[in-house]
Ligand binder design. Sequence first.
Ligand code: CU
Length: 183
Amino acid sequence: MNNLSKKLVTAAVLVSAAGVVFVAQSGGDDEMKKQISQARSAAPASISGNATIMSAGKVLVKGTNDWICMPDTMPGDGNPMCNDPTWMKMLTALGNKADFKADSIGISYMLKGDVGAGVSNSDPYHPDPKNADDYTETGPHLMIIVPKELLKGLTDDPNSGGPYVMWGETPYAHIMVPVGDKE
Ligand SMILES: [Cu+2]
């Protein structure tokens, strides 16, 4: 198993344990506050202000809505995201290399983008994504999961200047929707 898949598996295992893992917080309060505000910066406050905040599989704040915000997409990459339940299911499947089929629309906010820590646009398990032929970074964006048949006709070219399909040949296909310019 390569490094990335190991990280994904770790993340997913931690995510599936989310219901039971709570942090007994002692010390490191400043670091925790930083992580919480970084996680919340991924989405509008109307969502992230009431979301559950998780970092490295631990619940830092128990939320009151269905959303889960995290300070990182991959451990330590600094790319915050806020995910709805369908997205969390997809990420768990991704981490376990398990099958996934969308039975409802899934939405993830990444309003800080993933500049500096992109991925291969075709292969979520690329061993060295930064050197992939189709390495891509995107500024502020939404990520939308739809049933795969609805992706037909949408480009998978990240440089098309508009929405594009990421990981289209995998069960983890989703639409990347730029909503702002790269900083
Ligand atoms: Cu993203």
